[in-house]
Design a protein around this ligand. Sequence first.
Ligand code: FUL
Length: 535
Amino acid sequence: MTHAPVQRGARADPQRALPTAGRERPLYAVGMKTDGLGAHHFALLCLALILCRAPALASGDARDDRSAPAPYGALPSEAQRAWHEMEFYGFLHFTTNTFTDREWGHGDESPAVFAPTAFDADQIVSALAAAGMRGVILTAKHHDGFCLWDSAHTTHDITASPFGRDVVRAIADACRRRNMAFGVYLSPWDRNHAEYGRQGYRDAFKGQLTELLTNYGPIFEVWFDGANGGDGYYGGARESRLIDRASYYEWEKVHEIVRRLQPRACIFSDAGPEIRWIGNESGDAGDPCWATYSPAPRDGESAAAPGTTKYQEGHHGHRDGAKWMPGEVDVSIRPGWFYHAAEDDRVRSPENLVNLWYGSVGRGASLLLNVPPDRRGQIHEKDAAALKEMGRILRETFEKNLAHGATITATATRPGFTPDLAIDDRKDTFWSTPDDVRSGDLVIEFAQPTTLSVISVREAIALGQRVHRWAIDAEQHGAWREIAAGESIGARRIWRGAPVTTTRLRLRFTGPVCPAISDVSVHLEPDRATTASPP
Ligand code: FUL
């Protein structure tokens, strides 16, 4: 995603026609989640826990026995905690490029080309939901400037096309019908607008953002790309316009619009402020991938902003970074972001998609999987079939938690924060140890030998990212055998490996402060998921 055209060009020439280049339904729909507990509920609970105990913690007085651990480091906002529940959502790249077979439009495309023959927003959203996605982000405007809604700030929009219908509304409504959250991609760069690079476009950009955030109901994420400035049509000028990417858009004012109109929305860009780019488009978060991050400007840039950030550092994030700014992994199901019939045979396999899920969601990031609508205005059959099978594999993996019915013990326990709270399927409860015990183990004992291949662990992130290192041991022939170890847990960390049969599992945690583990679950993947297959 987000980098200046000059960098991007190294991988794929955007001007070329074809670059070579679970389980229950949405946890978060319009600010809500299910699975027993609302995100608000969770947030309030954690806050109450923290605030009620604050005086005792601060004064060092004799404490209430049952005080929660003090928070550590940068903390997620309430909107970020709700966003973490999203985990997996879809990206829809759809504009005139779909009909011109390009990846980046120049801005001079005629709106007449935008003519889907059988547009079906419900088919699109249902195909994404079948994979287990919980939301959708639509390219309301890509770099070519064509707006998929009726914008008062340009004539280059859907009303000038033969199609004529508001695509943003159609997708937003279809999302709501399926209990999916809705988000928007609004390209800062506009290669059509005559005023790009001047005050006129600066105002138009904010006006367009205001339209999108006012007229389409709740928005869970606002997506700002870092590719901006360069050559374009610009109302007929056909020239190159470079801007100062750090200052031109007045990002603080832009953020203020989002805060005012959609306080529960998270803003994505190279530099956040809520969600950071993972630094590549190949579909994997770093290992480890810290939720905390200190975005830094590239050499010669005055500030970290979309297109000016050392985005490569987003891959791992920074242990003890200044801000809670988790990573988002954006990747396409096909080589291109837009639909090209020539790529119909290059759709990722279900197994490859499942791998992407583990390499992103399984490392505490989110997966933003692009699935481009075709020229009918539907998800192509091949993509829909791959998504459906991906959804089946994930559903069958996670529908059964093998830790249910097991007994769980710990090497140390903080009063009131007992180990059973880590396997009670609730994210608002957690196991913890006394303040001076910074390393702790959980031992899960199954009633009988159990075969497992997936272990999912979550920290109580309202108290920060606390665990530094973790390891998992399985008991075999009466001795512990380490099967995995690593750094960072955060919102979720999933180990996935070859099936292991054991009666006892041990999870070891170490950090600068006592651990706070809200959830551990144990699963076995269905056969097909692990069979090797090409992408
Ligand atoms: C990039 C854009 O230039 C691509 O066209 C696409 O939208 C991708 C997600 O982000 O930076």
